[in-house]
Design a protein around this ligand. Sequence first.
Ligand SMILES: Nc1ncnc2c1ncn2[C@@H]1O[C@H](COP(=O)(O)OP(=O)(O)O)[C@@H](O)[C@H]1O
Ligand SMILES: [Mg+2]
Length: 1011
Amino acid sequence: MQAATKDDAERKQVTVLFADVSGSMDLAEQEDPEEWRKIMQRFFSMLGESVTRFEGTVDKFTGDGIMAIFGAPVAHEDHARRASYAALRMLDDVAEYAAELRRAKGLNFSTRIGINSGEVVAGAIGQTGDGYTAIGHTVGLAQRMETLAEPGKAYLTEHTAELVRGYLDLNDLGEFEIKGASRPVQVFELTGVGAARSRLDLARERGFSRFVGREEELSRLGDALRRARSGEATAVGVVAEPGIGKSRLYHEFAERCRSEELEVFEAQAQAHAQSSPFLPILQMLRSFYGIGDRDPEQLARERIAGRSLLLDPSFADDLPLVFDFLGVPDPDRPVPRMNPDGRQRALADFLCRLVSNPARRKTLVLIVEDLHWIDDGSQRMLHGLIEGMSGTPTLVLVNYRPEHSPPWSDSPAFEALELQPLDQEDTAKLLRDLAGKDPSLDGLDEPIHERTGGNPFFIEEIVRELAESGYLEGERGAYRLARPIEDAGVPVTVQAVLSARIDRLTPHAKQLLQVASVVGKEVSGQALGLAAGLDEEEMEEALRELIGAGFLYEAEMYPQRVFAFRHPLTREVAYGTQLADQRAATHAAAAQALIQLNPDRLDELSALIADHFRQGNETLEAARWSARAGHWAGHSRPRDALRLWHQVTELADELEVDEETDAMAIASRLAQLQYAWRVGMELDEQARLLSEAEEIAGRRGDLHSLTLLRLTASALPGVQRHTDEWLAAVEETRRLADESGDRHLQVAIRAAGAYAYLCAADFDGYERTLDEMIELAGGDPTVGAGVVIHSPMAWAEMGKGMVRREQGDLDGAGEYFERALRLALDADDPETTSWIRSNQAGLLAMRGDVEAGLALARRNCELTKRIGEVFSRSLAIANLAWAQLAAEEFGDALESIEEADRIYREAMKVGGEMEAWRAQLRAQALTGLGRTDEATEEAKWAVRVSRERGLLWSLPLSLLSLGRALNVAGREEAATEALGEAERVARETGALACLADIEAERDAVGARARR
Ligand SMILES: Nc1ncnc2c1ncn2[C@@H]1O[C@H](COP(=O)(O)OP(=O)(O)O)[C@@H](O)[C@H]1O
Ligand SMILES: [Mg+2]
């Protein structure tokens, strides 16, 4: 089997930066070219340095500038911040150099920078494969920002602003019409570094959400603190994926510590600062000595010296080193000469002595966040500190992501604490706080919990995204749902975090994750291996990594290993980062893997397999498997079946014409027509399907299909035509089938056509047709099964029962219905079963056992709901109405009958051959409720329709209902007239049961007249 082929290009969220020298052409003329070249080189190297310093990639030189990408090839979750920092640095460096050039040569020289963030396709271009670049609208917009920018400034778009707000200072310049952009773009000038350092700072700025849950974790931290205070130094490492709440937990705990007058010092490693070493240690020492960024150097030195010497006068020797390290070197006391290594060791040693100094009595709480980003130097120092702190009142709190493991993790003083996502209850509390309590938000808890996997950062961002894109209206903490959230996308902020994590996986793990995202929410290990084309060892290793980093978990272990995504958002992002071609290849490989691994479950999986093939652009296979799935869905899930057959038609139409695709084109249309009258389809659409199929069958000279199509067309119920016409068509097709000598066709056309006789109240013709079917089938229930009616023999027995009922032989009817029910149940045919139950319920009511009739009718309604078929469902509800009328529950009956009529009309756009029958039931209900005028109107309508279309079965019933309505309205004369006609028709058609009812109504009229 062919494993998914790998193109290295990917869809990525990145930030693109353009920088150039403004007016360079004029300048070039003023200078000697050789000199000019040197200046430009210097200029380029400055830009390039700023880019590499923040781990961006210089994509290309544009002649007088550069284009750089941040976030590709390796994703960084803070790509927009990195680009902004790089821009600030460029502006500074260039300004400095420009001033120099102005002084020395009188040259005028400045840079402009444009930045934008968004999706690009990034990858190698060209045959050598070394030209890595990014392509997409995002790039063009960045370039436009550059052209827009004034000299010496950096402009960025709203897309970047959204990602950096708080971390950087921006000046809103308003909206600009940009060529090539469909709507105006909000533009910002980048003015400096902002106050926020971390996501938590940002959250604090926006106003923290209410803190939920975490009681147990806080109490474990409390225990650790107690130990530390008693002199048993302790280190705790909180481990969790980004956004789970590591920082927030420490923040809450630090607040508690501070309220107990404890000293807490905080530091954090930064994603973009790996290249500037010792930042966390510097931060920690600065806060320990209480020095701020803008303090004068002298003051800073005094604080450092004061606090150190107070602890231990012997620290005096270390001061020059510490001053220097903290960026406030003392001109009078230079640092002794040392190599960088020696210097580091000396500092580490100082740090240890500082922490372990016996003179220190107060408990120290040190928090170092985000160790997964820490530089090696800081890591070593921290390690030394932890080893040296034993026996002192020290609590070191660190946190990091699961993919990291600190080097001291087996030290006895260390304790790891895995932070779990919020459970559904806490998620609901957080949502209440963020979104409010409006009733329209009920029911959001579960989908949001499911989508975010209980990650509070994702929850916050999703709520923000929903509000920004108009799904939620109102204000924070008081939103209303404006439209359903199903199609809401992944917030860019979340996408940045997730895609960066995915990119940092090893190539196999990343590949496997992408494949898994294509295969499904849950994937069997074997299918995954096959679709990814990895061998067992590679698979195991990659899986271990993915599970360890919290992307996947093992949902089942036996009999098969099944892996599932920890949250759907990861899957969406992993899916979205792949190129369409690559994704398609994986879909096709997944289909093949399913086939190979599940030889016994192919029917059940056929729809899924078809779907993978379809998304894998393997149209023929997709059509074949959709057809199999359509068969399998069959009569038990008609809606799915209709959808699948429709899919086969579409797929077959895409394919080149040959014998197989023509056969699929015909069969799929035929099948759709079979579901048309059951599930609903507009008549035009039905006619179109029919003529298309006839055209293809004609071209092929396929007589069998032509006969089948004719049969289907002639027998279709629901068409608004006269029963004479209907019966003539049935007769003609019956002849055609008999000529073919195909028993299946002969039985099928009789099964379908019999219904026309019933509607025309030709009870003899009806029974004769049913008897012929029984004879032709010769006891084999499979003959003709499924062509139109799923179990023709059950249908025949039921029909014979109905004839008995119409003739007033209720016992005989009951026996036939029983037999029919057994056959339908044996054939596993819920549809015919529901029709029989409808009849049985009506029969019970007729016999006076109203309660039992009602109960059966109700249960039947429930069962038909599950089949999902409109024809049967409407019929079942109408029959319930019939039973309700018998029970004199007129209000309920009216409701039922209106529902039955509504669902039929909504699905079919017409009322069908039962509309008059339903109307006369409605008239009866209205009469029962005393609304006789409406009842009269309704009954008259039923009479008219029955007459016009030759629906002689519903005609006497409609006339009877009319008579009853008129009688109750006090119009005895008109009532008598209607009943007279009812009697005439009933006698003509032999509807004896109806005659009895008419007689009873006549008596009622007489009684009324006598009063
Ligand atoms: N228990 C909690 N209750 C309410 N909000 C929380 C909770 N934990 C985290 N948050 C919020 O979720 C966001 C992400 O939390 P943070 O602590 O920054 O995650 P991490 O440090 O694990 O990446 C923050 O805005 C934070 O305020
Ligand atoms: Mg954090």
